[in-house]
Design a protein around this ligand. Structure first.
Ligand SMILES: [Zn+2]
Length: 76
């Protein structure tokens, strides 16, 4: 009887740790994926009206959606 309780304890402990590790891997993967999406999303600051906006894709110039002024991509 004592052996069964300790086996159950080890089983629940192992499955709990495994669950935490899987969640950790899942959120780590998700975070890296969102970073890649943000990285490929250039940010623009309009010199005319001050509006900050972003576009998808690897583009260097973009037209401001508020005043139609052509702006260069912000570089950090
Ligand atoms: Zn603008």
């Amino acid at each position: 009887m004592h052996f069964e309780i300790s086996s159950l304890f080890v089983f629940f402990l192992t499955s709990g740790l495994l669950g935490i590790m899987l969640l950790w891997l899942y959120y780590d993967f998700r975070e890296k994926e969102s970073y890649v999406i943000q990285k490929s999303c250039p940010v623009f600051h309009c010199l005319k009206c001050g509006h900050i906006y972003h576009k998808y894709g690897q583009i260097e110039e973009s037209v401001c959606p508020q005043c139609q002024f052509n702006n260069q991509r912000l570089k950090f």
